[in-house]
Design a protein around this ligand. Structure first.
Ligand code: PAP
Length: 310
């Protein structure tokens, strides 16, 4: 693996002032650890038709999607007072396959539990994910908030102060397509196109839509996964309970997410996955020039695809 990785193009994220190298593999960039896990996943993971893959580019709502999907799938076993989400990070409730394959081994998935997550781009998913016809949920988010979210996540993960981490350099790197699992636009377009081809197999959720209309989107997610709510459950408030349980306000105030570390993402504290969850936070960081540059770039990249990332 070491020898193979050395043959891939590499990029040092100089704005971080620490030694973070990203590797380019199959047209996307990622860290050594995630890449090793991704390659092992491609080689060894055999998806079952009953599996449900939760997919995303980093910083676009992964943690939230994991929590919501887990709460839906387990709502007959647990309620708002007994859910494992109260004491475990969403990243432990639904691990990334590329992490768990390194920690647990070749067949890391519990065959009785359908959920598994990945940041892998659509064209790089293990072949069995496509051939098994299993379901895929993909969450995506507006580009500018995703840039700011990734900037702070990396900065905090490496304990770099705001003054020592030039945002404009991080922004330029992102615009060159160099970001975790980037180019960002390619990651989203991969799943977007796959959804156009197979809408029954791939559900797309937009972070901002889930925020503005959680009820509709949580019901849509539950139906798509094959766990629809009964009328009785809806009238007894199960949907509301799931939304409240998984809300940023609730999850970010739990001890496990304030001070803990997850087994499957142990390099960083869980609190780093929960920063502000505010739409439009980017406005504090972007100059007019940056706004113009990213809008123009995204218009170019998404032109003719039908995808709008506002
Ligand atoms: P990951 O890909 O590294 O797992 P991911 O969960 O996709 O990260 O993204 C983190 C973002 O989701 C953070 O956004 P911010 O930096 O703009 O604040 C985080 O705050 C937000 N987030 C985490 N949990 C929730 C939640 N329960 N509801 C809404 N947003 C959330």
């Amino acid at each position: 693996m070491e020898e193979m990785l050395e043959t891939f193009p590499q990029h040092n994220c100089t704005w971080l002032k620490v030694n973070l190298t990203l590797y380019k593999y199959q047209n996307f960039w990622t860290t050594k650890q995630f890449l090793e896990g991704g390659i092992l996943t491609q080689k060894n993971f055999k998806a079952e038709p009953t599996d449900i893959f939760l997919c995303s580019c980093p910083k676009t709502g992964t943690t939230w999607l994991k929590a919501l999907a887990f709460a839906i799938v387990t709502c007959h076993n647990f309620n708002k007072s007994t859910s494992p989400l109260l004491t475990s990070s969403p990243h432990d409730c639904v691990p990334f396959i590329e992490k768990s394959i390194q920690i647990v081994g070749k067949n890391p998935k519990d065959s009785n539990f359908p959920l598994i997550a990945t940041h892998l781009p659509y064209p790089s998913l293990p072949e069995s994910v496509i051939s098994s016809n299993c379901k895929i949920v993909y969450i995506y988010r507006n580009t500018k908030d995703a840039i700011v979210s990734q900037y702070h996540f990396l900065r905090k993960a490496f304990m770099i102060s705001l003054e020592d981490a030039p945002f404009d350099m991080a922004f330029d790197e992102f615009c060159q397509g160099i970001s975790a699992y980037g180019p960002y636009w390619d990651h989203i377009l991969g799943y977007w196109k796959a959804n156009l081809e197979s809408p029954d197999r791939i559900l797309l959720l937009k972070y901002e839509d889930v925020k503005t209309d959680p009820i509709t989107n949580v019901k849509k997610l539950a139906e798509f996964m094959g766990y629809p709510f009964s009328i009785k459950e809806e009238t007894s408030g199960v949907v509301d309970d799931i939304i409240k349980l998984c809300s940023f306000k609730n999850l970010s105030n739990l001890d496990v997410n304030k001070t803990g570390r997850s087994k499957f993402c142990s390099e960083v504290e869980n609190r780093l996955f929960m920063r502000k969850a505010k739409d439009g936070d980017w406005e504090k960081y972007f100059t007019d020039e940056m706004k113009e540059k990213i809008d123009k770039l995204m218009d170019e990249k998404l032109s003719g695809t039908g995808l709008v990332l506002k």
